[in-house]
Design a protein around this ligand. Structure first.
Ligand code: CU
Length: 323
């Protein structure tokens, strides 16, 4: 095995602003102090992680992914299998039935209109039958449904990922692969089982809320990378100077792993992706712990408070009337 290339210099120190330096406003400082600590969850084996000896597509945790998995398993695979078996049968039949020994005087027929129409029409119908659900599926992957959306800007770099949350107080994370215990330098954090499988554990995970539409804006800073998380049915190129878009909605909290899927240089194999899906409440805690803020947080809180007190008054009045 070739020796592993040198570890990319951790860009954390220069790029990530220290949280206490950034908090110039007293409010932000107070918020980050009050913010309860957020702890990463442990991955569940087999869901969002690779499986030993796994052959088929992984379990899907998005609606689009489940639809795509159905499309592959219930529609494409049976059709492919059927066509392959039919062609194999025809070949064997021709070999056995029409060789020189069993068929010494071959027929001189050259055209059969019925057969020609049939073998043109049937493939066309099969292709149309595949194309309709296929186009719907393609469209579903790109058309972000209306409603609350969390935007994450994903940037591929040689050889790490950065995640930005433009609507949540400019949170920016630099996600590097964690080295194995033996490879870690003195004092450097190394991977444990709680971080995930070998070559997939990262120091900073992307965190997104469950049951919410999440828009990924994907780009790259140097060469072409590809942002791929198999359990989300997501694989999209990260191209410098271009912004590619995909959306997911994951209802099941958990940790989901992926890898850069476009050959991008010496350490291409060492830029994993780890996405942690948490409840919306935990997402808010995480945002605050990162020194960010929820969009429209102030306005919403006062509105909610007003609404709540109104409801309380109404309830009290109703109770009084009832008694
Ligand atoms: Cu890459």
């Amino acid at each position: 095995m070739a020796p592993q290339p040198e570890l990319a210099p951790a860009p954390e120190a220069e790029l990530a602003p220290a949280p206490d330096v950034e908090s110039d406003s007293a409010a932000a400082a107070a918020a980050s102090e009050e913010a309860p600590a957020f702890e990463y969850a442990e991955p569940t084996e087999g869901i969002g992680t690779p499986v030993d000896g796994g052959m088929t597509l992984p379990e899907q945790v998005t609606e689009v992914g489940q639809e795509a998995l159905w499309f592959h398993n219930a529609l494409l695979l049976p059709i492919i299998t059927g066509i392959s078996l039919l062609v194999l049968f025809l070949l064997l039949w021709v070999v056995a039935r029409f060789n020189r020994r069993s068929n010494p005087t071959p027929s001189k027929t050259t055209h059969n209109t019925f057969l020609e129409v049939l073998w043109t029409l049937v493939p066309v119908l099969i292709l149309v039958g595949i194309a309709i659900p296929s186009i719907n599926l393609l469209q579903a992957q790109y058309n972000l449904p209306e409603g609350e959306t969390v935007t994450v800007k994903v940037t591929g770099n040689q050889w790490y990922w950065t995640y930005e949350y433009p609507d949540h107080g400019e949170i920016m994370l630099i996600s590097n692969m964690l080295p194995e215990e033996g490879d870690a330098q003195e004092g450097q954090r190394f991977r444990t089982d709680a971080d995930g499988p070998r070559l997939l554990g990262v120091d900073e995970r992307m965190v997104i809320p469950a049951g919410t539409n999440v828009r990924f804006l994907v780009t790259a800073a140097d060469v072409i990378h590809s942002f791929a998380v198999p359990a989300f049915w997501t694989k999209i190129d990260a191209v410098p100077g271009r912004l590619n878009e995909r959306w997911v909605r994951v209802d099941r909290p958990g940790v989901y792993f992926g890898q850069c899927s476009e050959l991008c240089g010496a350490r291409h194999a060492f830029m994993p992706i780890a996405v942690e899906v948490v409840s919306p409440e935990d997402f808010e805690r995480w945002v605050l712990a990162q020194g960010g803020s929820m969009p429209g947080a102030d306005a919403e809180t006062s509105d909610d408070a007003a609404e709540e007190s109104a409801t309380d008054t109404f309830a009290a009045e109703a109770a009084e009337t009832a008694s």
